[in-house]
Ligand binder design. Structure first.
Ligand code: G6P
Length: 486
């Protein structure tokens, strides 16, 4: 029977090694959290890296065996591959470029070579796993070359690709010396999905200007194949979050946490440590809010969870130091014996704790400078069983295109952020409920399972259309020049 093979750099589980012993933890980030539910619900396997370098072959066997029981196949990366591919080209070249942080982008031919090498390594592993009729579902910026490599090995492959981060405008993307190779890599797919219409348009614009390939209603002809492109905003496992918010464990935690914190209003933020998330900007806005609204001093606390991530990279270490300093500065200035302005946690939490945080918060402050989608804001909404609570959401998050009943802000506009906090804290309950109901209805319907179904359906349609296409049809991306751009 044919199967679906999910492929991403990281598996949804990461393995840690402490004192020679292995422990298994959930991976961070929207891709792992969101797709985890699709993996659990369906008949599929997931291929990816378990998150550590393993030299010892007995350990490799042990990991392979335990992951296979959960339908996961591991690809092991060496220390130099982790440095060059994961920490290097993926997170120091593509990540900043795609999030418009080009002052952070590293241009290094050596990193590019390792990126190519590891994409080929994934392809070799997949060659051993794919059977005729299988569908590949490849995810995210770490594997942009993989669709084309697989297609070269097996022209009839069924390949869908989804990008979980923004696709940048042509002006950012063109800065990459390897831009055409990256586009050609993606074009090996049958169907390419993006979170938003803007991401899709940016991709199509780069396609036209760098590869000379035009689209007709999101369809591009490449050799004798059809490639379809569409915007497909990712949802969450709505029921999982709604059920967690009603679970006895969550309720017990909420009582405990509330007793410790006391009777104050709470503004919540939860992010991976990342410069794209706008964490220092948010802290500065909260400090100014307390300055401008002294009536809230002692009455509202900022509850901030930062999940450790990529902390071996200098930019991330600097960011961590900046956050630590800002939190210290705000608490040093405003704290009282019976009130802490910023409750700051630099660690990850289990679902029942996160669920309690969502339940007890009056406001969620989700203000990234740039974000492909952002699932935290959706989880907050699904957890609000009493429908009370306000979401402040950055216009730069993909989710803002769907959640227009949030208070939308530009994260660079500190005054707008301060006004939004005030508006959220004094918003009448009936307005909170009205806004929350609309957003809940939308997220309940367009949940993660709906997203996965539509993705697969679109991939199938594309393969069918492709099968009927005239073989003499138009040109090949790799033969085109950069004619319109340079
Ligand atoms: C984002 C990306 C994921 C990535 C995650 C964690 O959510 O879209 O692909 O896995 O961040 O980052 P890391 O570099 O630790 O895998």
């Amino acid at each position: 029977m044919s199967k679906t093979i999910i492929v991403s750099n990281r598996l949804p589980i990461k393995i840690l090694k402490e004192n020679g012993k292995l422990s298994y933890m959930p991976s961070e980030g929207g891709l792992a959290t969101g797709l985890g539910s699709v993996h659990e619900a369906g008949d599929n396997i997931w291929v990816g890296w378990p998150g550590l370098a393993v030299g010892n072959s007995d350990k490799k066997k042990e990991i392979k065996k335990s992951l296979k029981k959960q339908n996961m196949w591991s690809i092991f990366l060496s220390t130099s591959e982790i440095k060059g591919f994961h920490e290097g080209f993926s997170n120091q070249t593509l990540w900043p470029n795609f999030h418009y942080f080009n002052q952070y982008t590293v241009y290094d031919e050596e990193l590019w070579k390792v990126y190519q090498k590891v994409n080929k390594k994934f392809a070799r592993k997949l060659d051993k796993i794919i059977a005729p009729g299988d569908t590949l579902w490849i995810h995210d910026y770490q594997l942009l070359l993989l669709p084309q490599i697989i297609r070269q090995h097996n022209p009839k492959s069924k390949i869908g690709f989804f990008l979980h981060i923004p696709f940048p405008s042509f002006e950012s993307f063109r800065l990459l010396p390897w831009r055409r190779e990256l586009l050609n890599g993606m074009l090996g797919s049958d169907f390419l999905g993006f979170h938003t219409y803007d991401d899709m348009q940016h991709f199509l614009s780069s396609m036209s200007r760098l590869a000379g390939l035009e689209n007709k209603n999101g369809k591009i002809t490449v050799d004798s194949r059809l490639v379809m492109v569409d915007a497909l905003p990712m949802g969450i496992d709505y029921d999982k979050y709604a059920q967690a918010a009603a679970s006895p464990d969550t309720l017990a935690r909420e009582v405990r946490y509330r007793t410790s914190i006391g009777d104050v209003k709470l503004i919540l933020s939860i992010d991976r440590l990342d410069y794209s998330k706008g964490i220092p900007q948010r802290l500065r806005a909260f400090e100014s809010f307390l300055d401008q609204h002294p009536e809230f001093v002692g009455k509202v606390s900022f509850f901030m969870v930062v999940v450790p991530s990529r902390d071996t990279a200098p930019k991330y270490r600097q960011l961590k130091q900046e956050i630590d300093l800002l939190v210290g500065q705000i608490n040093g200035r405003f704290a009282r014996l019976n009130w802490t302005p910023v409750h700051y946690f630099y660690r990850s939490f289990p679902l029942s704790a996160l669920s309690a945080f969502y339940r007890m918060s009056d406001v969620a402050l989700v203000t990234p400078m740039r974000d492909g989608m952002n699932l935290v804001c959706k989880e907050f909404i699904a957890s609000k069983l009493d429908k009370k609570g306000v979401l402040i959401l950055s216009e730069m998050a993909g989710a803002s295109k769907e959640l227009s009943d949030a208070i939308l802000i530009n994260p660079n506009d500190i005054n707008q952020l301060i006004d939004a906090m005030h508006k959220a804290l004094v918003m009448p309950e009936n307005e909170q409920v009205k806004r929350m109901e609309i957003m809940q209805r939308l997220l309940r319907k367009y949940n993660i399972h709906h997203w996965a179904e539509i993705f697969m359906e679109k991939s199938r349609v594309c393969q069918k259309l492709s099968a009927g296409i005239d073989n003499k049809a138009v040109g090949r991306a790799s033969n085109k020049t950069d004619n319109k751009s340079v």
